[in-house]
Design a protein around this ligand. Sequence first.
Ligand code: SF4
Length: 325
Amino acid sequence: MVTVLKTVGGDQKRPKERVRHPEKAHRADTPVLRKPDWIRVKAPGSPVYSETKKIVRENGLVTVCEEAGCPNIGECWTEKHATMMIMGGTCTRACAFCNVSTGLPDALDSQEPENVANAVEKLGLRHVVITSVDRDDLDDGGAEHFAQTIRAIRKRTPETTIEILTPDFLRKEGALEVVVEARPDVFNHNLETVPRLYLSIRPGARYFHSIRLLQRVKELDPTIFTKSGIMVGLGEAREELMQVMDDMRSADIDFLTVGQYLQPTRKHAAVDRFVTPEEFQGYETTARSKGFLMVSATPLTRSSYHADADFAALRAAREAQLSKS
Ligand code: SF4
């Protein structure tokens, strides 16, 4: 477990050392539940893992795999699947579940789109996932930087399919249109939790704005796949989760991910319970019956986990659906 007072920095991207979550430093500790057996993962360390790490470092990139302390990093990086996090490693929001460091971010790096494209080429990715921190400090929330990154990858490796996992662009008029115009293959934005828990878990966001964002992507360009994810084990009731699935379908969202919330530090929201693999299987069955083209619901599911194979399945599901109609 990462401690809240662990500092970030001392590297090329963030040369100054600072506390990772200053806004949480004086909060009372939350209890920590012992992880069940089905959550345990192998420690990273394969030669391909080291190679992926080298490419990430050489291009001065930040990854959500490392910043979020993702449990799947050993497996994903051994497949060379790293999820790049653009626009720096400091987020302007302070969600209660997230391990990405918070504070005032640095200026954008104009070389970053090219560096990301370079890393995608070196890693030989067929499918890449690009995410970012929230950049409420920028007039467009970073929309143009997302668009530039998509265009740089398209130019360098046109055969690579591109999935973006964006912030909500709340109060950033016209930002969404800029990103959609760049035509990613998959537009992902996570709802994260049920609306009742937004105030405590995702206080800077608005549930219906996030739903509407995804609905608007489909209205602007129906060829783009839309995707969203939710964490369970935060205290949500089953009925609330069912309602979120219905809201997502009303917004025409294609792909749902459901994963277990894991507490990054004692200063973050506590885990309410560990949902069993059988319950996850039940969520998947229900979600498929509600009409999602694709569903991934397992304890270790994360937005970008197995995104490469899932994209192929998503495309095949759409083709199968179109051939029936
Ligand atoms: S699941 Fe996503 S964030 Fe986690 S290690 Fe894999 S690619 Fe990175």
